[in-house]
Design a protein around this ligand. Structure first.
Ligand code: NFS
Ligand code: SF4
Length: 664
């Protein structure tokens, strides 16, 4: 049920229960949110902007192009296809740049950890050795520290690499995919280089052929997915531990009345990890006590929240669309932010309360925020300085409202490694049982639901799509804010098996796993690339990602990063469905993205505006892949043999004891 806000005539309908509860309170009555601003602006989005045909790449413009109308070319003669393709490619470049800069920080933090300097250590030595092997590093009879240092330096070199050899981690892709990238000339060479070349080629008067522009857009996106993001995920796991299934809670009810509430918002796990460690420091706990608080309650927002949720079980208060609402409770002493997806409005909302917005990264400051630079080389001290500031705010807390009832149990922490043991049991760790379940039809296929949420569209879009997929026995992988919203909807716990079709329900119940597997932050979409490749390698489902009965969607995409992710999925052979893309004003380019790419990379973009339509497309594409693989012939039930039952019974999920929404 949607509500209108108190005292707000024109507010948009809000379907999220915890958001409704907070905004209908007196304490939030002066808070203006993005929902209000969306409503106030109405549907007045610029037609040229939303259809992709506005160009301001030089000062002869801005030019607004109408496809097929001679007088409405750019001053330079640029056509609608060229302009839309350049804009799209720049979006991919910006998204990739965001992941790249994040990843670079992680590599630098990793090098410090390898040197034994600073707060963090090497936690996952097995994973370190595996990744080192991809970089051709000798690991036998060597100290962990030496391997890690060599790996860190080689990883850092991937960013500035100037030769034309492909990035080291591309070797992880299927042989067929690697050959295709080589043939098309889109195997990324240096991570930074691809973004720079993309910006150059979209400069006025350079690349004016949309197919050619898209080749570089693919190469740029691949340098993100198989380069920056994958490096970031892997090195973060090595440093902070590879996620394993664990229980946690999400939604605004995770805030605590009697504790100092500090929300961590943004993306880089170095800061968040340091805060987690500092929050357990006796000195900090003592300070909190002195201020009258019973403890320090850290809660995540957006992807930084997903990082510490996955590895530490720290609760997530909300996703992207709830960043203002978290503050509107009046119960937050400080929101500590770093980079990406932090709305400038949080500083405005905070003005209504005792809350401070603490910016911590020199790249990202905002008016009204307090800047305390987070120094990685003295991470603990930096983190304590930030916490001290927040804790001292506790006494100033005035009236507040925490929607205590709205919190949901989740089971999270499904790294690509976990999937090996999840269905495979402890006797034979592999993707074989997953593949077998897909081949025998119990699981029809795999859908990845990733990316943001977005004020322009209904909050429950993810839930609507996923429920439909589950009914159709499709296993769902989730990351980013999509995962948070599915968690809030109760779909990330094993009880949600009841929403599945019979055969998927049986699989989930046998193993005790949720039907929606939370795989992490948006950077962790690289885990999905690895998981998909592992499915191919296991055999029986074709010889490339493009053969798998698998598909992705980012239905509520907001950030440019989501477009970069979509493009690296497509260039890796996975179909994606988005709710809209700014390409509709360019006929040929639109057709190329939504059809033509298939002939080149074996996948293309799909666009559908309604949630159920998105689900329908996903189901149809998955079934079509099954037909092509010839695995739709045998429809009869295949009973588990003894081996399989034993394996399914012995998986690690049993140890989590994950059953039901019973958060306290
Ligand atoms: Ni992804 Fe994560 Fe959320 Fe979207 Fe932003 S936090 S990196 S971009 S909004 S999912
Ligand atoms: Fe106009 Fe061409 Fe300049 Fe773009 S590059 S603003 S289309 S003149």
């Amino acid at each position: 049920m949607a509500i209108k806000r108190n005292g707000c005539e024109g507010c948009t309908d809000i379907t999220c229960v915890s958001t409704q509860q907070v905004l209908s309170q007196d304490v939030a009555k002066n808070v203006k949110t993005a929902y209000d601003r969306v409503k106030a602006r109405g549907m007045s989005a610029c037609l040229f902007g939303s259809s992709g045909t506005c160009c301001r790449n030089c000062n002869m413009g801005p030019c607004q192009i109408i496809d097929g109308v001679d007088d409405m070319l750019g001053i330079c003669g640029a056509t609608a296809d060229t302009v839309a393709a350049r804009n799209f490619a720049r979006t991919v470049a910006a998204g990739s740049a965001a992941h790249t800069d994040h990843a670079r920080e992680m590599v630098k933090g990793f090098i410090e950890a390898a040197k034994g300097e600073g707060l963090h250590q090497i936690k996952d030595v097995d994973k370190l050795k595996k990744l080192a092997a991809d970089f051709g590093i000798v690991t036998e009879e060597r100290e962990v520290k030496d391997i890690a240092l060599e790996l860190g330096e080689k990883a850092l070199a991937e960013f500035g690499k100037q030769d034309d050899a492909p990035l080291s981690m591309l070797k992880r892709a299927t042989p067929k995919r690697q050959a295709l990238w080589q043939k098309l000339g889109i195997a990324p060479r240096g991570i930074d280089r691809e973004v720079v070349e993309m910006m150059h080629r979209t400069h006025m008067g350079v690349d004016q052929e949309y197919h050619n522009l898209m080749l570089q857009a693919s190469r740029t996106a691949l340098s993100d997915g198989w380069g920056a993001s994958m490096l970031s995920t892997e090195l973060t796991d090595i440093m902070f531990g590879t996620p394993v299934p664990r229980r946690a809670i999400v939604d605004l009810g995770v805030l605590k009345l009697d504790q100092v509430n500090i929300t961590v918002h943004g993306h880089e796990p170095l800061l968040a990890e340091a805060l987690c460690i500092a929050a357990q420091d006796p000195e900090m706990l003592e300070l909190a006590k002195k201020q009258g608080a019973k403890g320090i309650n850290l809660a995540g927002v957006c992807c930084t929240g997903n990082e510490i949720l996955m590895r530490r079980g720290i609760p997530v208060a909300g996703g992207f669309v709830q960043q203002e609402i978290v503050l509107a409770t009046g119960a937050v002493e400080a929101m500590v932010v770093d980079v990406q997806c932090v709305m400038q409005s949080v500083a405005e909302v905070a003005k209504n309360f005792h809350t401070d917005i603490i910016t911590t990264n020199y790249r990202a400051k905002m008016p009204g925020g307090i800047h305390i630079q987070f120094e990685e080389h003295e991470a603990l001290n930096s983190a304590k300085q930030i916490l001290t500031h927040a804790i001292k705010n506790f006494k100033k807390r005035g009236k507040c409202f925490i929607p205590k009832e709205t919190k949901m149990d989740v089971v999270v922490g499904f790294s690509h490694e976990t999937i090996n043991t999840m269905l495979g049991g402890r006797f034979r760790a592999s993707y074989r049982p997953l593949n077998d379940n897909i081949i025998n039809g119990r699981i029809r296929g795999v859908a990845a639901i990733v990316g943001c949420d977005n004020f322009k569209l209904a909050d429950d879009t993810h839930e609507t799509i996923v429920r439909e997929l589950l009914k159709n026995n499709i296993l769902v992988l989730a990351t980013g804010c999509a995962a948070t919203s599915l968690g809030k909807a109760g779909l990330l716990n094993p009880e949600a098996a009841r929403f599945c079709g019979d055969s998927l329900r049986e699989v989930c119940e046998t193993v005790g796993m949720p039907p929606v597997l939370h795989m992490g932050s948006c950077v962790d979409n690289s885990r999905i690339l690895i998981a998909a490749t592992e499915m191919v390698r296991q055999g029986g489902l074709g010889d490339d990602i493009s053969d798998l009965p698998a598909i992705g969607t980012a239905p509520l995409w907001m950030s440019e990063k989501a477009v970069a992710i979509g493009q690296y999925f497509v260039a890796s052979g996975a179909q994606v469905v988005f709710q809209n893309l700014p390409i509709s004003g360019a006929k040929n380019f639109n057709k190329y993205l939504t059809e033509g790419l298939m002939g080149e990379v074996g996948a293309h973009w799909n666009i559908a505006s309604e949630p159920l339509e998105i689900a329908r497309i996903m189901i149809e594409k998955i079934e079509a892949k099954r037909d092509a693989l010839g695995i739709n012939k045998k429809k009869e039930r295949v009973l588990f043999d003894m081996d399989m039952r034993r394996d399914l019974g012995g998986g690690p999920l049993k140890d989590v004891g994950c059953h039901g929404p019973t958060a306290s």
